[in-house]
Write a new protein. Sequence first.
Length: 430
Amino acid sequence: MTQRTARITFSDSDQVIDLPVLEGTLGTDVIDTRSLGAHGYFTFDPGFLSTASCTSSITYIDGDAGLLYYRGYPIEQLAQHSDFMEVSYLLLHGELPTAQQKADFNNTVRYHTMLHDQMAYFFRGFRRDAHPMAVMVGMVGAMSAFYRDSSDPFDPVQREIAAYRLLAKVPTIAAWSYKYNVGMPFMYPQNRLGFAENFLYMMFATPCEDYHPNPVLSRALDRILILHADHEQNASTSTVRVAGSSGANPFACIAAGIASLWGPLHGGANEAVLKMLEEIGDVSRIGEVIQRAKDRSNPFRLMGFGHRIYKNMDPRAALMRQTCHEVLDELGLHDDPLFRIALKLEEIALQDDYFIEKKLYPNVDFYSGIVLRALGIPMSMFTAIFALARTAGWVAQWYEMVSAAGHKIARPRQLYTGEQRRDYLPIELR
Ligand code: CMC
């Protein structure tokens, strides 16, 4: 088959540039602009609105249809039938595990959950009131200092150990950043427990009493982790890839991803949604908030609404709404006032011309905060939980990049708009 090309012509010359058009297995075709520099041009796309930064076979999103697939499997099927460990295996290895592979994977992750004991002292250097995400950026970055024997991205064995260490230890770091924050003793991971149960144990158990995680709530947390596990080339994943492209060690790369995730336009949105719902306080005030979000002179946005890719319902938001119902029912909180405000806010926004025209729908963060709050998770931990789920995706994406042949350091170009060359002026002449 002949290669399809796209032709660039210029209004002020006869120059013609033909560029190859690449086709993936699903989704939008991509014009390969790599040779443009040799013709004396770069492309301009701040914010990557139309730029594919890599090839990837991990996650596919169709934003218009509201579809999300991990390795080809629809998120709805994974949320219903799978569990977070199995999904992590799938993201990392490309296929669902057999029963034996699943048991081995679970075991390996389980036996990597404990932190180097000296890391406990490292926590103590932080202020008690530090935000858990601040502690996580520091502690995950600090893993580079404690696990130097698995920090070479180009050694396949070290790479694999690093992947396990990150998947297993980030939840321990997240839970301990909370324990440190509230002045409670660190709880060591329990190898008898499943992944989500173990996290709840490390968050809520104390040395003084028995703690048995509620299976319905553990399952709800596990589902939240599945829904957040990967989302192709979002800001934090791209950050991990850019950091990793220089050959930086995996712990530093994931710490960079955590820093990027923290922003309120990305993973910080779940915390921002809950603060917003609390501020609204009553369904009677929803109209006022919608007006504020529509006012162009006001920077306020309806948190948990809108998405760069989804111009339809975020499939994760629909699943999260369902989880919200299940958790609140289990806990006898059907009348939770924040959930009522959220449902009404969604209903009103979805009928409003501004939101319809701009195709703004609830995203994954709109309902996740309500579920997490019902599980007893403090608001300051919401983004940390997103981070521990997304670690699966970050690790898989980093792994895919560093193990691919001929990967290149990420080095974007720019459109320079500063001063042209000028001569230094001695201070008395300025
Ligand atoms: N409320 C009110 N107006 C909005 C909102 C919102 N939540 N989101 C977008 N708009 C408007 C925006 O003002 C702009 O209007 P105009 O064309 O008149 O300038 C238009 O819609 C397009 O918005 P944009 O900012 O150019 O779109 P983007 O693709 O760059 O941004 C977004 C996507 C998610 C950052 C944005 O929708 C937003 O800020 N949402 C609120 C924060 C949020 O919920 N973030 C979580 C995202 S999902 C989880 C994750 O990725 O981590």
